[in-house]
Design a protein around this ligand. Structure first.
Ligand code: 6R9
Length: 655
């Protein structure tokens, strides 16, 4: 199948979604957008009025990009007026596991208050940090929101991280307690209590900082989850308590701690694909407002929606679009503990059929992985409830976009590509996509309040179409991170130093002649071939369009004459053979698609790619493999280290 004609097409919004949309036309969007950037105080001030504030909600922003949002007001109270509406359907790893998992808004509120009281009784208070290291179970959201209720800064560490990564984050955040579970089901049972125990007992804590060792550990073992009993836990009396022991008797009344809008809400470490992880800090007012508003408009949230974001709460996407965004809108959504491949590759679509999901949000890497199994896994399930299909995490290649649109969405859904970052909470491109005519692979237009600029290396704003540069944002917006925890200088150097007065995303982008923005990947993934700046994402997309290729990752490789050239790793679809003829075909395809200068010099077979646990391809490791350097650096965040040896074995002899 060659989709090259289709990729150039403009896909109009599906008519059936137009009527219910919050914003009625592209002209309305433009008007709202204009006000959001010209009068941010007025625009966000009006939105803030929809929240509950203890005092006034005067909203002030300064003109520079040092994000001084002076909200002279208090945090919105946790929304608890939804009564019997389901807040979450919980779907366990085992399809037979779901029954005990549904929770209404009032039940959720009661649990949050109970757990907040437990935190209080443990001596924890406003401003303290609490680490949360839990699988995708309801108790995870209860724990995070209980922290928020008391003004305790939660630092959630994705449950797939190792003991060492967890320890690093606990120390860096100076957390005084940890909430955890003793196991996690991902296809099979993985012990987790063990990692925490290592934290307390085996991982070396610097002796000079003994106070930073967590003093409290609250372990989760809720009723009905008896399987967790199977896990061996190292227990310290006086320090550890079981969730089920304390939750039963705790009171369901707990007055929220009233917070200033600029007080911290949570910290979250950015994925470790580059250097030391950064503790990204978000604040109460700005984050709540922005996550709620982006949720409402980006997915065009309607009260009868069944919404599902597949991201783990351990990542920013889960924080924002599993927890805060949906809950602040009173939405019903799904929390899924398992994987898309268990019991088979039809699991996502089975869940969509079961709950009649209307809005679905996942990652391109999941889409590409599922495409490999063929369409039957999708088409055997009823997906007629679906209206919006969204993606996040990396540029979506047109091939995957079209499969998502044509096969999953049956050409009936709006496909929404959302570009954003842990740091920006939707420093988003794309807005009310339900209305936007889309181009496969483009993140379209900016969300309210965002002024994207394509910047040259020399710091000159690029206005010409189709010229790549740095993607930067020109003025502040409520959801921008406020600091790197404990290292404000790093915050300023990382994000504001290269282009003073602008927030630098670290990504490359270009704007086409119709004003659509195309994110081309991290700037550090750019390759300069004979003076031509090439985007590795663009080459990957060309490769993945080939019918045999499931996934591709392209890195820079030194070249005597061209300076740099491209080295491509390709993962083939099930049952496909790698051959010299295929290598030639792939090289030709890139040459044809982008230009002769872009023709790759190397194409290597890659049965698996090195990825972080959040699914991001670790290109710095691939760069080492490409040059045959066995010293691949820090791989503690890698999901499966065994792929590395295999890739070294499969290097083409001429590389
Ligand atoms: C939300 C999230 C942020 C980086 C970002 C960019 C890449 C995310 C993207 C995308 C192209 C998209 N990214 N969404 N690139 N199109 N729709 O993923 O946050 O984990 O902090 O990653 O991910 O490179 O800079 P985070």
């Amino acid at each position: 199948m060659d989709n090259s004609d289709e990729t150039a097409r403009l896909f109009p919004p599906p008519d059936r979604l137009r009527n219910e949309s919050h914003v009625k036309s592209m002209d309305d969007y433009k008007e709202m957008y204009k006000r959001s950037v010209e009068d941010p105080e007025g625009f966000w001030g009006d939105i803030a009025k929809q929240f509950y504030w203890k005092r006034s909600n005067i909203y002030q922003m300064d003109g520079g990009c040092q994000n001084k949002h002076l909200l002279q007001c208090y945090r919105p109270a946790y929304k608890n007026g939804q009564g019997d509406k389901i807040a979450f359907f919980w779907e366990g790893n085992d399809p037979a596991d779901h029954d005990s998992g549904n929770i209404t808004y009032s039940q959720l509120k009661d649990k949050i208050c109970k757990f907040a009281n437990i935190l209080k009784q443990s001596g924890l208070k406003k401003g303290d940090r609490v680490a949360i290291y839990m699988p995708m179970i309801l108790e995870l959201t209860v724990a995070m929101l209980a922290c928020a209720r008391l003004g305790i800064i939660h630092s959630i560490v994705f449950a797939g991280f190792s003991a060492e990564s967890l320890a690093d984050r606990i120390l860096d955040g100076q957390c005084s307690a940890i909430v955890t579970a003793d196991g996690v089901w991902r296809g099979h049972l993985l012990p987790k209590g063990h990692n925490v125990q290592q934290n307390g007992d085996y991982v070396d804590y610097p002796e000079e900082k003994p106070a930073q060792r967590p003093t409290r550990s609250l372990k989760v073992l809720d009723d009905g989850l008896e399987l967790y009993h199977a896990q061996k836990i190292n227990w310290t009396d006086g320090r550890d308590v079981w969730w089920h022991d304390v939750m039963g008797t705790a009171s369901t009344d707990c007055e929220p701690e009233w917070m200033d809008a600029e007080d911290p809400l949570f910290m979250l470490y950015t994925s470790g694909s580059t250097g030391k992880p950064k503790g990204v800090l978000h604040t109460v007012g700005g984050y709540m407002l922005y996550s709620a508003t982006t949720f409402k408009y980006a997915f065009d949230y309607q009260p009868d929606d069944i919404y599902w974001c597949t991201a783990d709460v351990g990542w920013i996407t889960g924080h924002t679009y599993v927890a805060y965004g949906p809950l602040n809108n009173g939405a019903t959504s799904i929390i899924f503990e398992g994987t898309p491949f268990f019991p088979d590759a039809g699991r996502f679509w089975a869940i969509i059929e079961k709950y009649k999901v209307t809005k679905f949000y996942t990652a391109p890497t999941a889409i590409r992985a599922l495409m490999r199994y063929g369409d039957e896994y999708v088409t055997k399930y009823d997906r007629s409830s679906l209206k919006v299909l969204a993606t996040v995490g990396e540029p979506i290649n047109p091939e995957a976009w079209l499969w998502y649109h044509n096969v999953v969405g049956n050409k009936q859904c709006a496909v929404v590509d959302t570009f954003w970052q842990t740091e920006t909470v939707r420093g988003s491109l794309h807005e009310v996509e339900v209305l936007t005519p889309t181009k496969p692979g483009s993140a379209t237009f900016p969300f309210f309040g965002i002024v994207p600029v394509i910047m040259s290396d020399e710091g000159v704003e690029i206005t010409e179409p189709n010229v790549e540069g740095y993607l930067v944002f020109k003025q502040p917006w409520p959801g921008l991170m406020r600091t790197v925890y404990g290292d404000h200088e790093r915050y300023e150097t990382t994000y504001f130093k290269k282009f003073p007065g602008y927030y630098c995303t670290g990504d490359g982008a270009k704007r086409d002649e119709d004003g659509y923005i195309w994110v081309t990947g991290r700037i550090d993934d750019m390759v300069n071939v004979s003076g031509h700046l090439l985007s590795t994402a663009e080459i990957e997309s060309a490769l993945v369009e080939h019918p045999t290729v499931a996934e591709a990752a392209v890195v820079s490789h030194p070249h005597k004459i061209k300076g740099e050239c491209t080295y491509c790793f390709v993962t083939l679809k099930e049952g496909k053979e790698f051959s010299d003829a295929l290598v030639k075909e792939l090289m030709d395809r890139v040459r044809k698609k982008i230009g002769p200068f872009a023709q790759p010099d190397f194409v290597q077979n890659a049965p698996g790619l090195p990825k972080t646990r959040s699914g991001k391809i670790m290109r710095r490791v691939l760069r080492k493999i490409a040059v045959g350097d066995k010293n691949v650096g820090d791989i503690t965040t890698m999901a499966d280290e065994t792929v590395i040896d295999k890739l070294f074995q499969l290097r083409p002899p001429e590389a």
